[in-house]
Design a protein around this ligand. Structure first.
Ligand SMILES: Cc1cc2nc3c(=O)[nH]c(=O)nc-3n(C[C@H](O)[C@H](O)[C@H](O)COP(=O)(O)OP(=O)(O)OC[C@H]3O[C@@H](n4cnc5c(N)ncnc54)[C@H](O)[C@@H]3O)c2cc1C
Length: 596
């Protein structure tokens, strides 16, 4: 059985005690976002997902989506679930009030997104893509396009998609072939085939708005000749009502390993009418607004599903009786002890817990930067926040999804053979989580983005927004009476990251293949140090609360214990990652292609 309830206590800790949500109230538009209001939103969201989304997770997986003559039927209950989602306003939390949104902080929206992904990842993909489409149109669309489309995407009556992938073109978007021919009235006619389009066709909304990458005639070859178009399934009337059907056909859906209730569609554009978004041949710039938002969301998918896996494993290992504790029977009245007493099961549970709580803390840190980048009236603060988000986006995407999948795998293992059996629900988590490491730019590509673009950007300036606060924290707290030792251990891992950064920067100058060979290990090293930073900060907050006296001591003691576990049992991987990085590309690249 799948267990998931929103981890509200930990969410409140991260939001208010670790990252001081009240400090966001100085930003324009967030004056009313008090901690009490944010807590109420989280509590209501938790009730909604438990009542509506969680019960549809296993049934949606079993039934899947169905394609019939171009029409896609979502599984039983999804239509009603989506209606309740829209009526509750759950898709518009962080959208602009000018278009009907609620203008709440990004942090609270991210935590609600985590709940949605933890309770039903397939469901979450439908509204998730709409928000990304909203962001791209909002930042690059004309006023006319914004006024027509944004209110409908925000209120959830229309849904969005991102149409990049084609059969011959996945990672390398320069290979796109879909054509866009200019028309006398300023519109375009699009022709081409897209594959793997999430939510490309479904029965949840009255209209579907595709954001499509395509090539105009005579456009430069490769990535420099790509433009972005908005192509609706039904052509909207100027008043926003639905008009004629456009030339957009769903020619089939994929039969997949997981997220079976999310429709992954083949879409054929046949002289479909579309409108340019942004400037000709500058489509990637506009599309990256959606892609960057989706990358952070995909990271949240890894975290949400990792939490669901953890909670299910806790419930199972408390219940399952096998063997006796190595320290002597703990439950002598029972025929055997519950397996939660065994160190190897503890290893799995503590690892999942340390990953999830660490990723939640890091995710909210980045979400707060999103608010500063959008709302601050200080241009320097906005620029710093933008640099920080750019640096952290590949880390959030790849690290959270790698760890999320690892958590599902650990959870499955704690169930033994029962984990492999469909009715027990935990294998669905592993199947669902796997895609997050692949789509929205594979994790290997995220690593190349970190090392090839984000690290050298502005002569390494972006790195400062991570390295400086870490160095300052170490200096200020290394002698802390309670957590000073832990911080000194963390400082060693940070030192490994600094050495690796200098090594990679220097090697990459002479040989880009060296950077490519180091990329995935470097991202993992950066990621586990970033989680380590969150853990030492959380340990300090917990230690200070305990010293001051608290009526919630069990929570803070568990925080400190989990911090210790992370620092002692996971963070030492930093040393071996540095070692691997410094080995360079030689053994990786030595064999001829034919030798494999
Ligand atoms: C369920 C699902 C939903 C999806 N949803 C969408 C969607 O909504 N919209 C959309 O447009 N697409 C979507 N995709 C497509 C997805 O984003 C791509 O599958 C992904 O970007 C990888 O492209 P590819 O599959 O063609 O792999 P390829 O690009 O062929 O890559 C294969 C392998 O080679 C590696 N590789 C490729 N190039 C390089 C390089 N230069 N250096 C190092 N390694 C490299 C990759 O990391 C990967 O491991 C979806 C896919 C799936 C399966």
């Amino acid at each position: 059985m799948q267990h998931y309830s929103a981890p509200l206590r930990d969410m409140r800790f991260v939001l208010h005690e670790l990252h001081d949500s009240a400090s966001l109230q100085r930003l324009p538009g967030l004056e009313e976002a008090t901690p009490d209001l944010l807590n109420t939103v989280l509590e209501e969201a938790a009730k909604f997902i438990s009542a509506v989304l969680l019960p549809l997770n296993a049934t949606g997986d079993a039934e899947g989506c169905r394609w019939e003559n171009g029409v896609v039927h979502t599984p039983k209950g999804f239509k009603e679930g989506y209606r309740a989602f829209v009526e509750g306003g759950w898709g518009s939390l962080n959208s602009d009030p000018a278009y009907g949104g609620q203008g709440l902080p990004e942090s609270v929206s991210k935590l609600v997104e985590e709940m949605i992904c933890g309770s039903n990842l397939s469901f979450g993909l439908y509204p998730g893509l709409s928000h990304g489409a909203y962001l791209a149109l909002k930042s690059h669309g004309s006023e006319e396009l914004k006024n027509l489309y944004l209110p409908k995407l925000v209120d959830g009556s229309w849904a969005g998609t991102m149409c990049l992938t084609e059969p011959q073109c996945g990672t390398d978007l320069g290979l796109i072939r879909t054509k866009a021919l200019p028309q006398a009235d300023g519109s375009y006619k699009l022709t081409g085939s897209k594959i793997f389009i999430s939510s490309g066709e479904h029965d949840l909304t009255e209209n579907i708005i595709h954001l499509v990458l395509a090539r105009m005639p005579d456009a430069p070859a490769g990535i420099k000749g790509i433009s972005l178009f908005v192509v609706p399934k039904f052509l909207p009337q100027p008043d926003g009502s639905i008009g004629a059907r456009n030339g957009v056909l769903c020619t089939g859906i994929e039969h997949k390993m997981g997220i079976k209730a999310s429709a992954t569609c083949q879409i054929s554009f046949e002289d479909a009418t579309g409108w340019l978004v942004g400037e000709p041949n500058k489509g990637m710039r506009a599309m990256f607004v959606m892609m960057n938002s989706e990358r952070l969301s995909v990271g949240t998918q890894g975290l949400g599903i990792g939490e669901a896996a953890y909670q299910s494993a806790v419930a199972y290992t408390r219940d399952r009786l096998q063997g006796r504790s190595l320290a002597g029977a703990k439950y002598p009245d029972k025929p055997a002890d519950p397996i939660i007493v065994h160190p190897d099961i503890r290893r799995a549970l503590m690892t999942m817990r340390a990953y999830n709580e660490g990723c939640r803390a890091l995710g909210v840190w980045v979400a707060n930067a999103l608010d500063r980048s959008e709302r601050s009236q200080d241009a320097v603060e906005r620029a710093e926040a933008e640099d920080f988000i750019a640096l952290m986006t590949p880390i959030v995407k790849a690290l959270f999804t790698d760890l999320g999948f690892e958590a599902t795998n650990l959870a499955l293992q704690t169930y033994g053979g029962h984990g492999y059996i469909v009715q027990n629900g935990v294998e669905q988590f592993a199947r669902d989580a796997r895609i997050a490491m692949i789509y929205e730019g594979t994790n290997g590509i995220q690593a190349l983005d970190l090392i090839g673009r984000k690290m050298p950007a502005n002569l390494g300036r972006s790195l400062r927004w991570f390295f400086h606060p870490v160095a300052e924290f170490i200096e200020a707290n290394a002698e802390h009476p309670e957590v000073g030792m832990m911080i000194q251990s963390f400082a060693k891992a940070f030192g490994a990251l600094q050495l690796a950064t200098a090594f990679v920067a220097q090697k990459a100058l002479s040989d880009p293949e060296e950077a490519g060979a180091a990329a995935s290990d470097y991202l993992r090293l950066f990621g586990i140090v970033a989680l380590g930073f969150m853990w030492v900060r959380m340990a300090k907050v917990a230690a200070d609360k305990l010293s001051a006296g608290t009526d919630d001591a069990a929570f803070y003691q568990a925080k400190r214990t989990t911090a210790n576990f992370y620092i002692e049992r996971i963070l030492p991987q930093a040393g071996s990652l540095l070692y691997a990085i410094k080995a360079g590309k030689a053994s990786m690249m030595a064999l001829d292609d034919a030798a494999f």
